[in-house]
Design a protein around this ligand. Structure first.
Ligand SMILES: [Zn+2]
Length: 189
């Protein structure tokens, strides 16, 4: 009983009902379709099991979105994505958050562990983010996910209005797009 009360208290303090902004299911679907056409994303990056994208009806005090990796019985790493109503990050678009989380999914597919960054990214990213492999190593996973999102935006000018990375040059974003495409090509499937 005490345990249940703790869970209830946790839910009441962490989650809040809100009318905040959230991605529309149609928009999420069309982004995923775009990634399939452009990068063969489902086939290459997602496990054969369906990936679940939860669009919750509330906001979380600490996270606007997150991705939860876990291992299946056959040791295949899969991820579910949770997109809450946005409470914290007023700069990003819901679409860029979904792309960011899909960047984490790609990371998990490449290394089997969200905490292990693809080594090729540490080399490639160093000129863009000096110290990436050393003093900024702890945020390399976040930068990888951001670079995936920026790369997708650079490949699809029709998404320009949803791109919050206006401070990054087109050339850099295109480089991220080419790098991510090359990484995905190395995957079987
Ligand atoms: Zn992230």
């Amino acid at each position: 009983m005490g345990q249940l009360r703790l869970i209830l208290e946790h839910l009441q303090t962490e989650f809040v009902s809100t009318g905040g902004l959230q991605i529309a299911p149609k928009s999420a679907e069309s982004l995923l379709r775009l990634l399939d056409e452009d990068l063969d994303f489902s086939q290459k990056v997602l496990a054969p099991e369906p990936m679940l994208v939860f669009l919750t009806d509330c906001g979380h005090r600490s996270y606007d979105a997150f991705c939860r990796p876990y291992l299946l019985d056959d040791n295949v790493a899969v991820c579910d994505i949770f997109l809450m109503h946005i409470l914290r990050d007023k700069h990003s678009s819901p679409e860029s958050m979904l792309l960011h989380e899909l960047g984490h999914v790609l990371n998990v597919r490449l290394t089997g562990d969200i905490a292990v960054i693809p080594p090729a990214f540490l080399d490639f990213g160093e000129p863009f983010f000096p110290g990436l492999g050393t003093k900024h190593r702890s945020i390399a996973g976040e930068l990888f996910a951001h670079c995936f999102a920026m790369g997708v935006f650079s490949r699809h000018p029709e998404l320009r209005e949803l791109d919050p990375f206006t401070m990054v040059t087109t050339e850099d974003k295109q480089a991220f797009g080419q790098f991510m495409e090359a990484l995905i090509r190395t995957l079987p499937g």
